[in-house]
Ligand binder design. Structure first.
Ligand SMILES: [Zn+2]
Length: 436
């Protein structure tokens, strides 16, 4: 895709007066190279239907890290890997006392995923640094671009591994978790050339990182609906995972009369319907609820089940509202159990707090997006990202890039290069604002 007039260089903006008080520094984001890098990275682990299968700590992941580290070097960065398998490119600033500015995302994928999830943040980060490097713009702050290890997490059933590690949130027992071939994470890290027993050396503390920025595809439909290429994230929703077990009385499908049954399956069906209804009660709220897995025992076509277990993933940006929704769901489940003479257990198997992006970063990005004529709307992230972990120890900001039909984790995932380049311009301007 050519640089079109929709994409103004910083100089053009000042020339036309649209930059107003802004004195943009001149540099060029290489749109063609972004497209090339996306294609090249997409070749590693490419599936027959054009998707990507690049599981963390696999041979494909190793090749991808090698390729990305070459790009980091070309952009003027020193490259290393920490003990969590995070690939880190670093460019020193002119002021040795200035705080670190970090840009990151991930290059692993879900099984048969897409080419854009995670990768645009890493490629965009490198493109931004490269553009500044080639324009001989010196930053006073040191900058690091990070490709976090195992953000997706399906192999060892635990995502956000590299970012959790970086902020000191990995439990040692996690390293013993096995993949489907019986390989533990510890062994996989070793085979990747890492020393997992030295992980503590790679943990960063509060104050080590001043600012963390991440660009990611939206994975939702809103930017496309609004006709905007780029959005600014204000909050990342926090999920709660419930496991609901409903126990009834098994019986013969042909002989137990309908009025004598204690069928946990129909009870669960009522509960699942209620989860949808309760999560939709406030049409203005970003609350979402999903039942993604149901297990029925004994599971015979002619047997009234004895036991039904289902998961429920409830997310919101407001903890109070989310907890209120969960308590309404619990109350309804208890009522159903009473009415149908069922027993029930509800466990919270995972709980993450919603995270707010730093207000000064939102404000800065908003101003810069106007200056770049992007007018990026504010939005909420329903999906989790490495950024939510980094927010534990640093100020954090996130940029979303429009993706086709909101589809992600699929070979159909798509984002236009022009949109990614616009997101990269906003990223570069934000970097300049904070690191110059
Ligand atoms: Zn991602």
């Amino acid at each position: 895709m050519q640089m079109s007039c929709a994409v103004h260089s910083a100089q053009e903006l000042s020339d036309t007066g649209r930059g107003e008080d802004a004195m943009f520094t001149t540099y060029t984001i290489d749109e063609k190279q972004i497209a090339q890098h996306l294609t090249q990275l997409g070749e590693i682990g490419r599936t027959a239907d054009g998707g990507v299968h690049r599981m963390a700590l696999s041979e494909e992941d190793r090749q991808a890290q090698e390729l990305v580290s070459r790009w980091m070097e070309e952009a003027g960065m020193d490259v290393r890997r920490d003990h969590f398998g995070n690939l880190i490119g670093r460019k020193e600033g002119s002021n040795p006392n200035a705080s670190l500015v970090m840009v990151g995302s991930h290059i692993d994928s879900v099984p048969n995923g897409g080419r854009f999830d995670g990768t645009i943040g890493v490629i965009g980060g490198i493109a931004a640094i490269r553009a500044l490097h080639e324009a001989q713009i010196t930053l006073s702050h040191p900058v690091e671009v990070v490709a976090f290890c195992d953000e997706e997490g399906p192999r060892f059933l635990g995502g956000l591994f590299g970012s959790r590690g970086m902020v000191g949130k990995i439990q040692p027992e996690e390293l013993q978790r096995k993949d489907q071939e019986g390989i533990t994470r510890y062994e996989a890290l070793q085979a990747f050339g890492l020393e997992p027993n030295r992980m503590n050396e790679s943990v960063r503390k509060k104050g080590d990182i001043g600012l963390y920025l991440e660009m990611h595809i939206e994975q939702g439909p809103y930017l496309e609906e609004m006709g905007k290429p780029v959005g600014i994230v204000t909050d990342i929703a926090g999920p709660v995972w419930l496991c609901v077990r409903v126990i009834g009385e098994a019986g013969h499908a042909g002989t137990v009369p309908m009025n004598m049954r204690q069928d946990p399956m129909v009870g669960a069906a009522e509960m699942i319907q209620a989860i949808e209804r309760i999560c939709r009660m406030d049409p203005m709220a970003p609350t979402v609820g999903t039942v993604g897995r149901v297990t029925v025992k004994p599971g015979g076509g002619n047997v009234i089940p004895k036991y039904v277990e289902f998961t429920a993933d409830i997310r919101d940006t407001d903890v109070k509202r989310r907890d209120r929704v969960i308590s309404q769901i619990k109350t309804f489940i208890e009522e159903v159990c009473q009415k149908r003479k069922l027993q029930c257990e509800i466990d919270i198997v995972m709980e993450a707090q919603p995270v707010e992006c730093a207000s000064h970063v939102i404000e800065t990005m908003t101003k810069l997006s106007h200056k770049l004529s992007l007018d990026a709307p504010h939005m909420v992230s329903g999906a989790g990202h490495d950024a939510m972990l980094l927010a534990d120890i640093a100020d954090m900001g996130m940029i979303f890039v429009r993706c086709r039909e909101g589809i992600s984790h699929s070979p159909k995932e798509w984002a236009d290069t022009e949109d990614i380049a616009n997101g990269t311009r906003l990223l570069a301007e934000t970097l300049l604002h904070y690191a110059k």
